[in-house]
Design a protein around this ligand. Structure first.
Ligand SMILES: [Zn+2]
Length: 164
């Protein structure tokens, strides 16, 4: 199952690409900034996590995904690397993954010209550079077609998981 630490890291990665969490009970969206502070999570991130935990993650989900944070914290779910973009994604342990990676609606992702989002490091400058570069990329037309999760992708991913 996904631990709270894994889910927090999952969120931190997607926050770096500008994807907010949608909070339960119509409390709006949450996109902490900065995400990290002095090699750990920022107060802004912790506040956001607290907002999520008000409902134990029920009804809260990363924008573009369908499973709630509460669902991700159940034993039936795990976090693995997306077959397309290597970002962390939530996957059901049993059965086929019918939930697309949150990258599916990011036209500028994956992009090999910008650094991958990363775990907490004490590099504020790196993050602002990344955001600047993503903004530049966003002004250009998309280089890649929209992500569509097809059965073939899932099979490749499954075999990759067995090998590793
Ligand atoms: Zn992806």
């Amino acid at each position: 199952m996904a631990t709270q630490d894994q889910v927090r890291e999952f969120l931190a990665h997607w926050f770096q690409l500008g994807k907010p969490v949608v909070l339960a009970e119509d409390r709006g969206e949450c996109l902490p900034s900065p995400i990290y502070y002095k090699g750990g999570y920022s107060q802004s991130f912790e506040n956001c996590w607290h907002q999520i935990m008000v409902t134990s993650g029920q009804g809260c989900y990363l924008q573009g995904t369908t499973q709630s944070i509460a669902t991700m914290l159940t034993p039936a779910w795990d976090i693995a690397a997306c077959a397309r973009c290597e970002m962390p994604v939530a996957i059901p342990i049993l059965g086929l993954n019918t939930c697309p990676c949150p990258c599916h609606d990011l036209h500028t992702w994956p992009n090999t010209e910008v650094p991958m989002p990363r775990p907490a490091v004490d590099e504020e400058q790196h993050l602002s550079d990344l955001q600047d570069r993503l903004e530049q990329v966003a002004e250009q037309p998309p280089l890649l077609p929209r992500c569509s999760y097809e059965a073939e992708d899932t099979n490749v991913f499954s075999s990759w998981r067995k090998m590793s």
